[in-house]
Design a protein around this ligand. Structure first.
Ligand SMILES: NC(=O)c1ccc[n+]([C@@H]2O[C@H](COP(=O)([O-])OP(=O)(O)OC[C@H]3O[C@@H](n4cnc5c(N)ncnc54)[C@H](O)[C@@H]3O)[C@@H](O)[C@H]2O)c1
Length: 367
């Protein structure tokens, strides 16, 4: 299989090149003149189950950029579900446009009709710029939707479960690196104190870690600093801090040539998706610096676990937390595999995920 970073180099005009190289099953282009809807649904793999993944609405600079995003994101969902032991495939949708002006009821319901036309092969949920209210409109046209509000039988905000899983992944990595998983007295730099970051800070402070935070949003910084006694640092300063753990909880690609050079930590463990700018190269660059990386798609899987619980029916938050607890053991076994095989933790995680898909795929074909 081609390295994900090769995707950007696939022939500009070759849509099928991108699909074939990342092994996508199907990509659906949705267009509706009346509402102005332009969406792409990427179905990467459905061997383990229906392709569940959120819908992201973004003002993409080009259609090519939107396609690249949906291909990368849907592939990530396949691995996230597989490594977490869920019976789900990987999918994602992107809607091209301005979320602040275009999301009318008709627009969202038209998108719901497209989701419905796939007969459950793709199940949607929230992602960037999509809220539980939007899911309610989508649900008026399709039952293949999760992330509904709690008063509609849904699982509500998945962020606390994501933060819990990330915290356990961080502890498992500490166990591997320091021989015990206590974070007491450890210095942890949390980049981004949004929905996930603020809950993560709460877990860390409860365990008496020393927490440093950065964010572009001054109000969030003030609130989290006041509530949990975290120390505010500059947006750029966070990379060079003398800390034990760096937890990226804002955007992707913050682990790159420039930032890795500056890191002084022994562990990177955070919730952001696609933290490694170049999955392969930067995974190994961290290893060469002696920094242990907790694979992002594994330790941030709490949110997917939460919507999976909802998808199964009779949503039960306790069950979601108890499934998320398994992230600790899975993370440790991946770090051990990475050690024994001399490969990066990200590569080890992808290997394990692909093995589960292959094994279960054979079971499904057997008589
Ligand atoms: N919410 C979930 O359940 C969930 C699940 C899996 C993965 N994730 C990933 O975790 C990350 C955080 O998700 P969230 O739901 O907390 O999002 P959010 O939008 O609530 O929080 C992100 C925070 O990062 C801040 N930020 C943006 N750029 C920054 C920068 N350069 N430096 C410092 N802070 C910056 C924002 O101001 C915001 O407060 C995202 O990458 C998301 O894809 C979230």
């Amino acid at each position: 299989m081609m390295d994900i970073n090769e995707l950007a180099r696939v022939d500009e005009d070759s849509v099928f090149g991108g699909l074939a190289e990342l092994n996508h099953e199907q990509v659906v282009f949705c267009h509706d003149q009346a509402t102005g809807l332009k969406a792409i649904i990427g179905i990467h793999n459905t061997v383990l189950g229906p392709a569940l993944g959120g819908t992201r609405m973004w003002n993409y600079a080009s259609e090519k950029e939107a396609l690249t995003d949906v291909l990368r994101l849907s592939r990530g969902m396949t691995y996230k579900a597989a490594i977490t032991g869920l019976n789900l495939g990987g999918g994602k949708a992107v809607i091209i446009g301005d979320a602040s002006t275009m999301k009318t009821e008709a627009f969202l319901r038209r998108f719901g009709k497209f989701v419905e036309s796939l007969n459950g092969k793709y199940v949607t949920a929230e992602d960037v710029n999509m809220k539980t209210r939007d899911m309610e409109y989508i649900s008026m046209e399709t039952s293949h939707v999760t992330g509904l509000p709690e008063n509609r039988g849904g699982g509500g905000d998945p962020s606390p479960v994501t933060a819990f899983g990330t915290y356990l992944g961080m502890k498992a990595t500490a166990k591997k690196v320091y021989g015990n998983d206590s974070l007491t007295g450890k210095k942890v730099a949390v980049q981004g104190v949004g929905q996930v970051g603020m809950y993560l800070v709460e877990y860390l402070k409860k365990e008496n870690a020393e927490v440093f935070i950065s964010d572009i949003n001054e109000d969030k910084l003030k609130k989290v600093a006041a509530e949990h006694g975290a120390k505010v640092v500059g947006m750029d300063e966070i990379y060079g801090l003398d800390v034990d753990i760096y937890a990226p909880c804002a955007l992707g690609a913050t682990l790159n040539d420039t930032t890795i050079e500056r890191l002084k930590c022994q562990i990177v463990a955070g919730a952001a998706n696609n933290q490694l700018k170049d999955e392969k190269r930067h995974g190994y660059m961290l290893m060469d610096k002696g920094i242990t990386y907790a694979p992002d798609f594994l330790i941030n899987a709490g949110g997917l676990i939460n919507v999976y619980e909802e998808h199964l029916g009779n949503y039960n938050r306790e069950r979601a937390y108890s499934t998320a607890e398994k992230i600790y053991d899975t993370c440790l076994s991946i770090l051990n595999l990475s050690d024994s095989q001399g490969i990066s933790p990200q590569e080890a995680a992808i290997q394990l995920a692909e093995k589960r898909i292959a094994d279960i795929g054979r079971v499904k074909l057997s008589r």
